[in-house]
Write a protein that binds this ligand. Structure first.
Ligand SMILES: [Mg+2]
Length: 400
């Protein structure tokens, strides 16, 4: 089997997810695979066509580890852990899709299945959450309101009501970011007492509404410096928080270690990290209670499974990140099903019900807090026919 064509499909700056790009790899045997990645899509597209396609065309797509290593070695020489690794991640997911289809097996079977059910929690973004142009928003989300399923608007303005609705439909967890707005308005160097109280009030309303019927996770998107991050974590201690994540950026393990030591709230680290080498010092310095991985940022399925093994070696559970694209979610679910030390697969119900069905043929359903594990060969979903012909879409092709 030979790779004959690598295509990038970008839905355009006015699409629901303008930071998302799809990558499709085609072969001479008629099998194709698809992946995606998120942030700086034009830069990722350039990496795919300038380097990855010329390197991979004509080679066997099933040599997944060999391709990963040769591409990684090229990028690691000059610290290429951003767009290069995201482009590599998207292509790697597409290669696993091809491998699964070629062997007529779902990807989780190739990885060695550990679980037949994958628990998920609802990240409270609305359908427009990732619609900010340029893909550079740091977590606060679009200020435009969508209406139905706008969980972003709901957690800020009616958190108790949202929590009751989620519990009623079987959700086992919800993630919110009630402090972001203050960091974005005033900077993250300090937090005012009234802002700390207002953020905590969101969590208190959830607990008052549903008690401990739902896990609550609090994200900070790396917006705070250490002192206000510690204040936030300590203020959340009475509310049985499942974890805080990215209250500070995850680039300094010793800072995270101080945050973790300063409160009893578990600390999750971090979808912003790329490759095993970024996670290792976090684990060595005991700076995390849980590990979060985004499969199409951190290095694809190939590298994510190794990060999960590394986390297991340090006794930590893994959660796979997604509010970033349907193939990221599918990659995460297959990884999750094959991760013995699994905690959660993240999902956004507004994406599952509104955004992703506009992009792909099959979106896994959530039932009673469990997300379905696809059993079709490969990843188990395809781009919708004609997606590349929609207004604003940009397709670029490099072929043998
Ligand atoms: Mg996060």
């Amino acid at each position: 089997m030979k790779i004959t064509t690598i295509e990038t499909i970008y839905q355009g700056a006015d699409s629901a997810m303008p930071a998302l790009v799809f990558v499709r790899v085609r072969t001479d045997e008629g099998i194709h695979g698809t992946g995606d990645t998120f942030y700086l899509p034009q830069t990722c597209i350039a990496v795919v066509h300038e380097h990855i396609a010329p390197a991979l065309l004509g080679s066997d797509p099933r040599d997944v580890e060999a391709h990963w290593r040769s591409l990684y070695q090229a990028y690691a020489r000059f610290g290429g852990r951003g767009a290069e690794l995201r482009a590599l991640s998207a292509v790697d997911v597409a290669l696993w899709d091809i491998l699964g289809k070629s062997l007529r097996a779902p990807v989780h079977r190739l990885l060695g299945t550990a679980h037949h059910t994958v628990p998920t929690y609802n990240t409270c973004g609305g359908p427009l959450y990732a619609s900010v142009r340029g893909g550079s928003q740091a977590g606060f989300g679009s200020s435009r309101r969508y209406g139905k399923l706008d969980d972003f608007d709901a957690f800020l303005n009616a958190p108790g009501q949202l929590a009751r609705e989620l519990v009623d439909e079987g959700a086992k967890g919800m993630k919110i970011w009630p402090f972001d707005r203050y960091a974005q308005e005033k900077g993250g160097r300090a937090i005012a007492a009234e802002d700390l109280a207002a953020g905590v009030a969101v969590v208190r309303e959830i607990r008052e509404a549903v008690g401990d019927a739902i896990d609550v996770m609090v994200d900070g998107h790396g917006l705070w410096e250490l002192t206000p991050a510690i204040q936030i974590a300590r203020a959340l201690e009475p509310y049985d928080i499942t974890w805080v994540e990215d209250l500070v950026l995850a680039d300094k393990p010793h800072v995270l270690a101080r945050l973790r030591a300063a409160s009893t709230v578990p600390v999750s680290v971090s979808e912003y990290l790329v490759t095993r080498d970024a996670y290792l010092p976090i684990l060595q310095q005991e700076a995390a209670d849980l590990v979060m991985i985004d499969p199409t940022w951190a290095g694809g399925i190939t590298e994510s499974r190794k990060i999960a093994v590394l986390a297991d070696t340090y006794g930590l559970p893994v959660t796979y990140h997604d509010c970033t694209g349907p193939f990221t979610l599918l990659a995460g679910i297959h990884l999750a099903a094959a991760t013995p030390n699994l905690r959660y697969q993240e999902s956004v119900r507004a994406y599952l019900r509104v955004v992703y069905p506009e992009m792909v043929t099959d979106v896994p359903e959530v039932d009673d807090g469990v997300i379905a594990v696809p059993q079709a060969p490969g990843l188990g979903t395809e781009l919708l026919a004609g997606i590349e012909d929609r207004p604003g879409a940009e397709v670029r092709v490099t072929a043998l």
